[in-house]
Structures are given as C-alpha cells and as structure tokens.
Design a protein around this ligand. Sequence first.
Ligand code: HEC
Length: 268
Amino acid sequence: MRRRIQIALACVAVLGSAMAVHSLSANGKRPPPPPSVYNPYPPGILPADLDSEIARVQREVNLIFNEAIGEWQALPPPNVEGNPPTIQGSGYNAVEVLGKLLNFDLTISPFKNQACGSCHMPYAGFSGPIPSVNLTMIAYPGTFHFRAGKRVAQRYTYSPDFPVLELNTTLVPNAFFGGNFWDARSTGYKLQSADAEQAQHPPVDTQEMGFPDTACIAFRLSRAKYRPLFEEVWGTDSFDIHWPQDTEQICDTPGGAALRPRHGKQYL
Ligand code: HEC
C-alpha cells in the first residue's frame, strides 16, 4: 500500500515538473495565453476594426429583423381557404415577410451572432457590408471568430432565376446552362431551384454559420419569436418535434466540435 502511494506521489511530481517546464518559455517567463480568436492570417489581414464593424452589422441586421417583425404584425389575420388550404389574399406577403425574418435572424448560428444578412446586406448589393474586410480578407468571417469563408459573398439579386443545371444539346458544341457557381456545385436538381439548394449550406458550413446539423435550424426556429408565422405558412405541426435535452448544447457548438460527456462517453 505504502509503495503504491510512493509511486503515485512520484508520478505527480514528475507530471508537475513536466508541466512546469512546458509552461515556462526559454527565457524563464510564462508564454502568453493562447489567442482567444482564430488568427492564422499574416499580419495586417484581420482588420483592426473587425470587432466594432461586426457589432455594427449585427445592430443593422437586428434593425431590419425588427422591421420585419413589424411587417408581420401588420399582416391581416390569415384567411385560409380552398383545397388544399392556402392563405387567400395575404399568403404571398406572409411568405415574403417570413423570408426577410429568416434572412436577418442572428439566432440561426451557434453563438447567435450571424445571420445570412451579415454577409448579404441589401445596401451592399446583397454582398459583404464591411469596407475593411472588403479591402483585406475579402472572405467574410463566420460565427467563430475569425474563421472565414472561402470567397467573397455573391449577390443574391441575379441568381434566383437561374434554371436547374442542364446540358443544352441543341448547341454545337453542347454546353451546360444554369445552376449556381463556377464549380456548378449547386445544381438545383433536387429542389428544382439552384438558389434554394445553395441556401441550405451556409448554416452548416463550419466557416460560415457553423451549425453542427441542419436540425439546429429547426430547433432555433422552434424557439424564434416569429414561430407562429412559420407555422401559419408551413403548417401548425411544423415543430411537432421531440428535442433531446442537450439540443441547445449541441447547437451552440460550432461544427459540434466539442467534447461533451454523454451517457458516460465522450464524443466529438
Ligand atoms: C460568412 C458569410 C456568409 C453567410 C453568413 C452566408 N453566405 Fe451566402 N454566400 C457567401 C459566399 C462566400 C458566397 C459565394 C460562394 C461561391 O462563390 O462559391 C455566397 C453565395 C450565396 C448565394 C448564391 C448567390 C449567387 O448570386 O449565386 C446564395 C443564394 C446564398 N449565398 C444564400 C445564403 C443564405 C440563405 C444564407 C443564410 C442561411 C447565407 N447565404 C449566408 C457567404 C455567406
């Protein structure tokens, strides 16, 4: 027994001195704490005003969001008629306002700090609204500061009418038409809309909004102020979902990249 205690104490001592060596740099001083933000960029790339500019954009996004809340509240009560039942008279407006709310909803990101509008701002032609970013990083930082997307945010305005990617065989040589992006990754085949297909990706892109799963969008919407409008447009049972207890914990973790104890196990 005593021998075991001695071994244990020896281990602690070795571990302790190893840690002490590790936590002291060559000149005997403690190394600086790890950076609180992700910054793999060469000096001068992260603009000095990035924090304050992101805060400004968040305020603007909230302003537009609240404007949309007002527009929702001004809608007449829905007149649902027909077979299948549709909202008569104000259905189009309801869908439009819902779209605006979704586009400017900061809660569709793990830290509730990034909306689609953060990178696609109407007054900047639906592209990025931070001048210093446009002059340095070009790509916009996502929910996790300061991981950045791959490219500059393209403007919405010309792409919604693009057709599904197709091979036009009437031309010689044959040519592809439609879809979104030079790499044609958003074909629109599944949803019959290239733009709608693209819209599914930013919330779960680790460099953009960063949710670990698309279910987190539904989860956050089920907690949104405008949930009644969503249910009015998409059906009263839209959020008839039994959420596991730790859903919020999972959804507030970008990319799900945290070790959390669950059922006695650790998982990534
Ligand atoms: C971190 C910034 C960022 C956020 C947040 C973001 N996007 Fe984007 N968006 C981009 C970038 C970058 C591109 C261009 C991608 C490319 O060229 O491959 C893009 C392109 C698009 C396009 C294609 C536009 C076109 O003209 O072809 C659509 C549609 C789009 N985003 C919708 C959304 C929606 C919907 C959301 C929210 C759910 C969103 N984006 C959030 C950066 C962002």
